[in-house]
Design a protein around this ligand. Structure first.
Ligand code: PXP
Length: 256
């Protein structure tokens, strides 16, 4: 992953399952959405099996593992139950995220620096099983250094604060958050980490982040599933892909 230099798009299909679970039936089917995302140009599929199973279910993960041709990025909290599930499936990638039952979404990054020993032990068997381990963190040098020390290969930078500030018109905050993402992408790469980013990205906010040459993958879900209501899932993914490519191409041109 990432060796070609092309920016990868991971499509998160959690919220297809959210809509399905609103009625408790079988549709819309997140696996069907994942297959459609594949044909629209997604380089990977991301799914978060939450402890409370509020969207993705265990059966969805079984079916995704069977059906996907692109890699699955399995998002999970650092709990023994999730570790067992990941070890059973051995997905291409495991992204460790913080999880609180009361939150609406993954609100912050993982506190790696304070839990270094515990997390180092937690991820070791996942790496031995062949999964690439990614740690979802804020753009904070302490967390990045800790992620490198525990042996993670990848960090995913949380873009939520940047996107929220943009959406709320807090432009100074947005620019500050953006600057941190910029600097921390460079710093993480200098420590040998592969850099991914995601959370809250939209057509309006994706390009500046996609232009970072250090970022190898963006994971995007809620906005794409929302836009799918209006324009369809494949066109929404294709448009996101095109914006990412435009940002990347203009960055390469300006660097050259
Ligand atoms: N990356 C991680 C680690 C996440 O937890 C999420 C949300 O599940 C995303 C990316 C995608 O965020 P969004 O759904 O806001 O695009």
């Amino acid at each position: 992953m990432g060796s070609s230099g092309k920016l990868r798009l991971g499509v998160n299909i959690d919220h297809v399952a959210t809509v399905r679970n609103a009625r408790g039936g079988d549709y819309p089917d997140p696996v069907r959405a994942a297959k459609m995302a594949e044909s629209a140009g997604a380089d990977g599929i991301t799914a978060h099996l939450r402890e409370d199973r509020r969207h993705i279910s265990d059966r969805d993960i079984d079916r995704l593992m069977d059906a996907l041709e692109v890699p699955l990025n399995f998002e999970m909290a650092a709990t023994p139950e999730m570790q067992q599930i990941a070890l059973r499936h051995k997905p291409h990638a495991v992204c460790i995220v913080p999880e609180k039952r009361e939150e609406r979404t993954t609100e912050g990054g993982l506190e790696v620096a304070r839990e270094e020993n515990k997390l180092a032990h937690f991820i070791a068997p996942l790496r031995e099983a062949g999964s690439r381990v990614s740690i979802f963190i804020a753009a904070d040098s302490r967390q990045i250094e800790a992620a490198a020390r525990i042996g993670a290969e990848v960090i995913e930078l949380h873009t939520g604060a940047y996107c929220d500030a943009h959406a709320e018109g807090r432009l100074k905050d947005r620019d500050r958050e953006f600057q941190s993402l910029r600097e921390m992408s460079v710093y993480a790469q200098s420590l040998g980490l592969e850099v991914h980013a995601g959370h809250g990205l939209t057509f309006d906010t994706v390009k500046p982040v996609a232009a970072f040459p250090e970022v190898m993958e963006l994971n995007i879900g809620h906005f794409l599933i929302s836009e799918a209501i209006f324009m369809g899932l494949e066109p929404a993914i294709q448009r996101m892909r095109a914006l990412m490519d435009e940002a990347r191409d203009s960055e390469i041109r300006s660097a050259g």
